[in-house]
Design a protein around this ligand. Structure first.
Ligand SMILES: NC(=O)c1ccc[n+]([C@@H]2O[C@H](COP(=O)([O-])OP(=O)(O)OC[C@H]3O[C@@H](n4cnc5c(N)ncnc54)[C@H](OP(=O)(O)O)[C@@H]3O)[C@@H](O)[C@H]2O)c1
Length: 321
């Protein structure tokens, strides 16, 4: 081999090395800039500017209820949608009394999606109920866990067919986002302003054995959000995906009963989350979750997926014992 070839090869490695190091430095600076700006400076958007009403789905407990409170605190009227009339009435009264805003409630089960012969589109009750409201903010929060924490073919709710459990979960966690956006976008486009928040999950960002159908539906939410964010930005509409890690709610209550730094209460989580609105297309909503998410997505996938499998199986076994 001629000495000039060796020099050329080593120069190429040299240049490649410098580019790699620069790319890593750029990525680290970019991540750290985003981290500080997203989590520690107030939201650049005034949430009250979008319109008089916010719709929050799954708003009688957990993250949805905390979001409804945070929005009402900013003098936005709240349209609450969940399955239980009793819980809806209680939360609506609580909000009206605390913040002196108007509320509206609707009982709706988001596992309903299909047009059944003779009964039309189940979502027509929602479009009828919101037709006279100036909806500025839509929070697609509703979500349900996997029926049973177990391997895919045993993950159905007890007494339910696997296909039924999965289609219910997909309709509630994913299809509902599409339908609700279909309902609110035309008026937001006409008014040239709007905010849509889709609550996805940190599990959307990595391989999630044992929670496969849940994580897959959440990835649908996330990809839908970040992609539509580009389509509708020119119409003055912000679409943001939120990927929470573990938050102490009814959904996670079987796993944990006391909060800590990485497993916050819904109120604490949402208090942090509100700051991140309008800054980037997606966030984890809470700085410890951003750190955890970065660690998990940077670590080798073979390691994290084995870890997730073991931890989720242990959680499932604990629930069954
Ligand atoms: N908690 C976490 O660690 C965590 C982590 C990542 C992402 N998330 C996501 O955050 C969102 C909220 O979760 P959460 O933990 O706050 O849940 P949660 O405490 O179980 O609350 C769920 C809310 O949705 C309503 N709901 C459930 N199924 C419904 C259905 N089929 N139709 C209509 N309403 C329904 C419930 O009220 P009713 O029972 O009265 O209907 C309740 O208001 C979900 O999308 C979840 O996937 C949660």
């Amino acid at each position: 081999m001629a000495s000039s070839d060796v020099i050329t090869d080593s120069s190429i490695f040299h240049i490649f090395g410098i580019i790699t190091v620069l790319a890593l430095i750029f990525e680290a600076l970019n991540r750290s800039y985003k981290f500080w700006v997203t989590h520690f400076f107030d939201s650049p958007v005034d949430l009250a500017q979008f319109g008089k009403w916010a719709i929050v789905t799954g708003s009688t407990d957990g993250i949805g209820k905390a979001i409804a409170h945070e929005l009402a605190k900013r003098k936005i009227n709240i349209f609450l949608i969940s399955r239980s009339l009793e819980k809806l009435t209680k939360v609506a009264e609580e909000i009206e009394r605390s913040y002196k805003v108007e509320t509206k409630i609707l009982v709706f089960d988001f596992t309903n999606f299909d047009h059944l012969p003779g009964s039309g589109d189940p979502y027509s009750v929602i479009s009828d109920a919101m037709k006279d409201l100036e909806v500025g903010i839509m929070v697609n929060n509703v979500g349900m866990p996997t029926g049973r924490i177990d391997v895919f073919h045993k993950s159905q709710k007890p007494g339910e067919a696997l296909s039924k459990s999965i289609s219910n979960q997909i309709h509630c966690n994913a299809s509902s986002r599409v339908k609700m956006m279909e309902l609110v976008l035309p008026s937001m486009i006409a008014r040239k302003i709007g905010l849509i928040i889709n609550i996805s999950s940190m599990s959307a960002a990595f391989v999630s054995p044992i929670l496969a159908t849940y994580a897959a539906a959440k990835r649908f939410d996330d990809t839908l959000s970040v992609s539509l964010a580009q389509e509708y930005r020119k119409h003055g509409i912000i679409i943001q995906s939120i990927r929470p890690g573990f938050v102490l709610t009814n959904m996670t209550e079987p796993l944990r009963s006391t909060p800590d730094l990485t497993f916050p209460t819904a109120t604490n989580y949402v208090h942090h989350m509100m700051r991140t609105i309008g800054k980037t297309n997606w966030t984890n909503g809470y700085w410890p979750h951003t750190i955890l998410g970065s660690i998990i997505t940077t670590a080798p996938e073979s390691m994290t997926s084995r870890f997730m499998f073991k931890k989720s199986m242990q959680a499932g076994d604990k629930l069954r014992s």
